[in-house]
Design a protein around this ligand. Structure first.
Ligand code: GCU
Length: 403
């Protein structure tokens, strides 16, 4: 068993006072999920979604803060790079904060285009090799240990290293635009630094019992990308698809659950706290997540995470909060840390919220390369490790374009 980047083995878990991660499907045991009571009619579903959202805010993530008082953008071409830098200025009372995004639009478009709005680890500078886009000196990023960053601060060597994760040419050629921002600029991804910059100081948030965790602040950032899309005449704001990988898959799923505007969401390798069922003890569990990343969730996450069987919801309720909009969960066959089977089962158990009752059982589809397409809900198992690849995009783009 090899450990994925970001995963831990028994020894490290022991050193952190965490249980050894289970790697054996046979040891998972029976999982009894709290029922998905979708009520009757669309009003019933909406009321149920409201209750589930509140439960997730209380137990796992903390609430997503309200929108800022004001948001404005300025646009400027990035010389010679074929995309634009969007400076987003957010204001809350007297406080302001400016953060960047990149915008790529398909050439030859004839009207407003659908757009993928992505949260990424390294931001636009991470996907273009040139040096035209500034590196945010305030950003603090995690999960990219291989690039020699010191204390998570962006540096020149990250330019273009994640181009394969956001294949701009492929996306634009399909007629879809891309709006991308770096998550560490909105809320530093470090337990000792997450309150010093970005959304927390902007909103004047404190560490009270109902504090939003970092996943909620990144979800808030994703909603601001929808605000930006609404201000771009070249973009069809009714066709915004949120996208994120790993911890940012958790954030965009929570954003879609919390904000009715995104038309669809691409949840890539989201694992624990994303689409994976919390009651399945395989790979990372909520306890591991809360123990290693205490800033990601609600203040008392460590306590609630210790007994997932007592939670009034499981992650299928989170997926179901997105109904009737479209959800694509993408898993990878060698990504046991994220529990690919748990990701699929989270999606499958949510399907009744769409009136879809018959997705194939997990044991049938857990084959590298397999895919399930149920219209509004889709899933695949990319052969390979914890990553986001062009292989995934070739399957996502037709889904993004689906009305
Ligand atoms: C770690 C963490 C995961 C997370 C991942 C990532 O592996 O345990 O929960 O999804 O980092 O964001 O890459």
């Amino acid at each position: 068993m090899s450990f994925p980047p970001g995963g831990i083995g028994a020894e490290e878990a022991w050193a952190l006072g965490l249980p050894p991660p289970n790697v054996d499907e046979a040891a998972v045991g029976p999982v009894v999920l709290p029922p998905l009571d979708v009520g009757r009619g669309p009003g019933g579903l909406r009321a149920a979604q409201g209750r589930w959202r509140d439960l997730f805010a209380d137990a796992l993530y903390g609430p997503v803060p309200p929108p800022p008082d004001r948001l404005s953008i300025t646009r400027a071409p990035v010389e010679g790079e074929g995309f634009e830098r969007i400076a987003i200025t957010l204001a809350c009372g007297p406080r302001t904060f400016t953060v960047d995004a990149g915008l790529w639009l398909p050439p030859g478009r004839t009207g407003p285009v659908p757009v993928v709005a992505g949260l990424s680890f390294l931001g636009p500078a991470g996907i273009v090799p040139g040096d035209g886009f500034p590196l945010d000196p305030a950003a603090v990023v995690g999960g990219v240990a291989t690039h020699g960053l010191v204390a998570g601060r962006l540096a020149e060597q990250i330019r273009g290293v994640h181009a394969y994760r956001w294949p701009v040419d492929l996306i634009l050629r399909s007629g879809v635009g891309l709006l991308l921002t770096g998550y560490g600029s909105w809320c530093p991804d470090h337990p000792d630094a997450w309150f010093i910059h970005g959304v927390r100081p902007l909103m004047g948030l404190t560490d009270g019992p109902r504090r939003p965790g970092a996943i909620s602040l990144w979800a808030w950032a994703a909603s601001r990308l929808v605000d930006v899309a609404e201000r771009l005449p070249e973009v069809d704001a009714a066709r915004v698809t949120l996208a994120g990988h790993s911890r940012l898959a958790k954030a965009v799923l929570w954003a879609t659950a919390s904000d009715p505007r995104p038309a669809a969401v691409l949840v890539n390798n989201g694992g624990a706290g994303g689409p994976s069922l919390s009651r399945r003890n395989l790979g990372e569990t909520l306890v591991h997540m809360a123990g290693r990343f205490p800033h990601w969730g609600a203040r008392d996450l460590r306590t609630t995470a210790a007994r997932p069987e007592d939670l009034p919801v499981d992650q299928h309720h989170l997926v179901a909060c997105a109904a009737p909009r479209r959800v694509y969960v993408a898993s990878a066959s060698e990504n046991w840390w994220a529990d690919p089977r748990g990701e699929y089962e989270g999606l499958r158990a949510a399907a009744p919220a769409w009136g879809i009752g018959d997705l194939p059982p997990a044991r049938v589809v857990m084959v590298p390369g397999a895919a399930v397409d149920a219209g509004a809900l889709a899933w695949h198992l990319r052969p390979g490790v914890h990553e986001m690849m062009p292989w995934d995009w070739r399957r996502w783009l037709p889904f993004v374009l689906r009305a």
